[in-house]
Design a protein around this ligand. Structure first.
Ligand code: G3H
Ligand code: 13P
Ligand code: ZN
Length: 328
């Protein structure tokens, strides 16, 4: 049944596990996630980005998720809006029946220019007021997602300021996090610890210098009761990159967030772990392989089936690794 993010994360905190939040854009992705969750008895967080809503259409996405709820009535399912850029966007999602919204006030409404603390706290508090009145959960974000290797934020030309940022400027500050949570009343807080969205996170296997799991521990020490969220948490498995390249894919050398590091972060209060890129890689590698091996096939179901299987395997592995398996 449809549940709020708060319900799922409270249970995760009580039992010390983390829940992967998977991005969805189409039927096959919803099916892969639900098959994995059903096989492992895991709670489900389906999240839709602005790009997903644009791609599929809000009504289609909503209806797909309702289809998941109807098909798997025994599983708790959160319908979450990923990276809302404004209170208005969040309000639309609430009206549509989403049970959780992210107000990403770490950026201005253009979705790329870093904001200041006052703006972030104000818009996030406004969303919390509206959402809580409707029984909907809110995720906020504090800090600047981006690479600590380069000091660059997520936009290619660097964070709005167009300059290299120090680690102190990028990482979430524990005391500021305390003030932010008090000022806004968010149910979950996304923090910046050196991860970024997409396939190109690190130029070599990341160590503590560029992936600041110690910062998670420091934040957790100050706000132990707050559910923390890690964005940009795909692991970018080397074997998926190799599979992609083997069948014609062109991907530069890159590394993601090791599953072991995420498991450490879960010990320090991370409860929601956002994953999209790994699912994209798994599906696309499977489709490349299928079409290369079966050049006469032209029924989309023929290549989407192995894509669902490949995505499902990643989802199951994450449910297991984060301790969510058996918790539904
Ligand atoms: O927030 C990032 C997610 O990977 C969604 O990506 O905006 O391309 O749908 P998207
Ligand atoms: P990845 O690109 O690492 O999968 O991150 C997804 C994410 O954070 C969605 O909000
Ligand atoms: Zn994200």
């Amino acid at each position: 049944s449809l549940v709020s993010l708060r319900q799922v994360l409270d249970h995760a905190a009580e039992h010390g596990y983390g829940v992967p939040a998977f991005n969805v854009n189409n039927l096959e992705q919803v099916q892969a996630i639900l098959q994995a969750a059903d096989a492992t008895s895991s709670p489900v967080i389906l999240q839709a980005s602005a790009g997903a809503r644009k791609y599929a259409g809000e009504q289609f996405l909503k209806t797909l998720i309702e289809g998941a709820v109807a098909s798997y009535p025994h599983l708790p399912i959160v319908m979450h809006q990923d990276h809302g850029v404004s209170p208005a966007v969040c309000m639309t999602a609430i009206k549509m029946g989403f049970t959780s919204v992210m107000m990403d006030g770490s950026l201005l409404q253009d979705g790329k220019t870093p904001s200041d603390y006052a703006y972030n706290a104000a818009v996030t508090a406004e969303v919390v007021r509206m959402a809580h009145a409707c029984g909907v959960s809110v995720e906020g974000e504090l800090g600047c997602l981006g690479s600590l290797e380069t000091g660059m934020g997520e936009e290619e030309d660097g964070v709005g300021a167009n300059r290299v940022l120090s680690h102190a400027e990028m990482l979430t500050d524990p005391q500021e996090a305390l003030a932010f949570v008090k000022a806004t009343g968010v149910d979950a807080l996304a923090i910046a610890i050196g991860t970024s969205h997409g396939a190109y996170k690190f130029t070599k296997p990341p160590c503590g210098e560029v992936l600041a799991i110690d910062r998670v521990r420091a934040i957790n020490a100050v706000i132990p009761d707050v559910h923390l969220v890690m964005h940009g948490s795909s692991s970018v498995p080397q074997e998926l990159l190799e599979e992609m390249r083997k069948y014609g894919g062109e991907l530069k050398p890159t590394w993601g967030v090791p599953v072991e590091e995420i498991r450490r972060a879960i010990q320090y209060g991370v409860r929601k772990i956002n994953i999209d890129t790994d699912l994209r890689l798994a599906m696309t590698a499977a489709i490349r392989r299928h079409l290369a091996m079966n050049p006469a096939d032209f029924d989309p179901r023929a290549y989407l089936k192995p894509a669902i299987v490949a995505m499902r395997e990643i989802c199951e592995a994450r449910y297991d690794a984060f301790g969510a398996a058996g918790m539904a």
